[in-house]
Unconditional design. Sequence first.
Length: 313
Amino acid sequence: MTLDAQTRRDFPILERIVNGRPLVYLDSAASSQKPRTVIEAMARYYETSHANVHRSIHTLGEEATELYEIARDRVQRFIGAAAREEIVFTRGTTDAISIVAEAVGRTLKPGDEILVTDMEHHSNLVPWQVAARDRGARIRSVPLVGEGTLDLAALDRLLTDRTRVFAFAHVSNVLGTINPVAELAARARRVRALSLVDGAQAIPHLPLDMSVLGCDFYAFSAHKMLGPTGLGVLYGRRALLEALEPARGGSEMIKEVWVDRATWNDLPWRFEPGTPPIAETSASPRPSSISRSSAWSGCASTSRRWPCRRWIS
């Protein structure tokens, strides 16, 4: 039986007929389709457990909070983070990068430099432009060579004691280039620069272990890996998140509030103001829900997967 025959039935949208033929979808790099398990998990949440999290003591509020925090534990294990406090839920990759750019941006001074690369998606470029503009910092970029790889010799010249952040893609959305994250993060560390990795295109295809990659921040979205839209993850090393002042305020991210001041909540909630994507996290990693599929077993290279990892990629 072909892979198509084994997996098509798991995606309700692929039952559509377009131009007289069964739908064929080849745009997962922009946003992947959703398997039935993800759709059903979100529907089940709304049908049985919906309430706001962390603020209600009634049954539904406790159930919703438990689902939400279980999802955080699953993501922690999924990417090999050292602690659950290092997992911040966001609205997507762009939002995750912006959270860091806004917080780090407040610490920049005129003359500081932010290093990016010529292969970056706008999501990992524009937030840094805004941060640099507001603080008088400078954006520099690592050029490409040959068949679309980074010029590592130029990187050594561009990484200086003025570099505060090195932001780069794990996998290029245009070229497909896979960058050596561990090596790049180590080079940034040598000049005491922070490293932020845009993992949006890597997360559907590559196994991740933050302890091996060694980066300071890693951002990705669920919707590119068969998960729901409106949900992303920011991984940040705990010591760095503890040291950063949150750039966004609101409910939930505070511990105590007075008219003229507030104290921040513990990690990771200080970076999650307002009502979070509760229903979306309810469709978070449940390996058993997909590992029963023989097609899944044939596609996956590890057993540690979101239901939206490498199924049809």
